[in-house]
Ligand binder design. Structure first.
Ligand SMILES: *Cc1c(COP(=O)(O)O)cnc(C)c1O
Length: 402
């Protein structure tokens, strides 16, 4: 199975390293009996949606875990972000500051909320926003700052909170990629004005689909809850604008079953990350981005930087891996400010650093369907690419000329 010659690479017609794909998504599947037991309680209650028992239980457990007063579940992380942007943005202003190197649809979320994305840079080490990358973007039009946690590290929580309070601009965190992280020993969830999480099947906590918002602000929680439940405020009264963003009992059942096993899942993730670290450390051109071992982390992804001694372009690296059924992915590519949109966007200053960073990283296969043996296979392939990179480049160029 180990590659000896260039012809052994699936990219050049050799056999694939894996019969079926190895993806970069988490795709954890909780015990199905447990999911069904939870669903049965919803059936017995005869309440399948609309703040049923399972949603109430889930919101309570999440509030305890995140050490935050209020949890509002929603049908997706996207919609949770949209509602938060809508409610939090300062009235009469339009711009939302967000990184350009981030979740591919974040600018769309702002547009759906009737706001204009304003793209900022990220720090070259953490890949997250900092006080220094955000503060120069603030203007009289700034309605909101969306602090997004990058994959692996956290953004500069303290710095963004300082900017937010110094300029009296609300701060929302997109904490989807930082679920189960701590900052200075404190669980995330209560930083800024609110934090948003996702329950999509590819995230740490799998609810099929879903999301939730955490906040310590009771009035904000009431406003978010009202808007996401048709704008309903009580008998005969409704908020200006509402939509249906409820989480149903089936999705809450799946999430609760996942939550019951989460500590084990995180430990499995950590073991996979350790293996990658160990197997890739002899490969000069690759740096596995470490997780902070002092703080709590979910260890969901394996993020690797291609440094100057890596012989292939990022694109060719990905093509070679894909041919082997290793669905490695680029880290948030392309940068959002380089994409054409049907709505207006602004960029804040020079984003060349972001463009450069957007070409340096890949995410390797991970999650519950990737075994230690699989990681060995991926590492052996990458080692082969490191050593035979020049020849691979030449042959790929020749074949594309034909
Ligand atoms: C997945 C993701 C979202 C969207 O969550 P969905 O539940 O899939 O709508 C938002 N932000 C980030 C950083 C994400 O990774």
């Amino acid at each position: 199975m180990k590659k000896d010659t260039l012809g052994d690479l699936a990219f050049f017609g050799g056999p694939r390293a894996f019969e079926s794909v190895r993806s970069t998504s988490n795709l954890v599947q909780p015990d199905s009996d447990k999911v069904i037991r939870y669903i049965r309680t919803a059936y017995e209650q005869r309440r399948l949606t609309d703040n049923g028992l399972l949603v109430q239980t889930l919101e309570k457990r999440l509030a305890e875990i995140h050490e935050t007063a209020h949890c509002i579940t929603t049908c997706s992380g996207f919609i949770a972000l949209m509602i938060c942007m809508r409610v939090l943005a300062l009235k009469g202003r339009r711009e939302v500051i967000m990184p350009s190197l981030t979740y591919r649809r974040l600018a769309d979320v702002a547009a759906w909320a009737g706001l204009t994305p304003c793209f900022c840079n990220v720090d070259v080490t953490s890949l997250g926003m900092t006080r220094d990358t955000v503060e120069p973007c603030i203007s009289g039009e700034t309605a909101l700052i969306v602090g997004v946690h990058p994959i692996t590290n956290l953004c500069d929580i303290d710095g963004l909170e300082q900017v937010s309070s110094a300029h009296s601009i609300p701060l929302l965190f997109d904490s989807v990629e930082a679920a189960w992280a701590t900052h200075k020993g404190k669980m995330i969830g209560s930083f800024g004005h609110a934090e948003v999480f996702s329950l999509h099947a590819s995230k740490l906590l799998n609810g099929f689909e879903g999301g939730y918002v955490m906040t310590n602000d009771g009035d904000l929680a009431d406003a978010l809850r009202a808007m996401s439940r048709y704008g309903y405020l009580g008998e005969d009264s409704s908020a200006e604008m509402g939509l249906n963003a409820k989480l149903n009992e089936m999705h809450a059942a799946m999430t609760l079953a996942c939550l019951d096993d989460l500590d084990n899942q995180i430990e499995r993730n950590r073991q996979r990350h350790l293996r990658y670290h160990q197997f890739l450390s002899p490969i000069r051109g690759l740096d596995v981005i470490p997780y902070d071992e002092i703080e709590k982390r979910g260890y969901k992804n394996v993020l690797v930087r291609l440094n100057a001694s890596w012989p292939l372009t990022r694109d060719l690296t990905l093509q070679v891996l894909h041919a082997e059924n290793m669905l490695a992915r680029p880290y948030y590519f392309p940068a959002l400010h380089t994409k054409a949109t049907t709505y207006t966007t602004h960029r804040c200053g020079d984003l060349r650093t972001t463009e450069w960073l957007s070409r340096c990283y890949i995410l390797l296969p991970c999650g519950d369907f990737v075994s230690e043996d699989d990681i060995r296979v991926v590492a052996d392939l990458l080692d082969f690419l490191q050593h035979r990179g020049r020849e691979i480049n030449d042959r790929a160029a020749q074949e594309s000329d034909l």
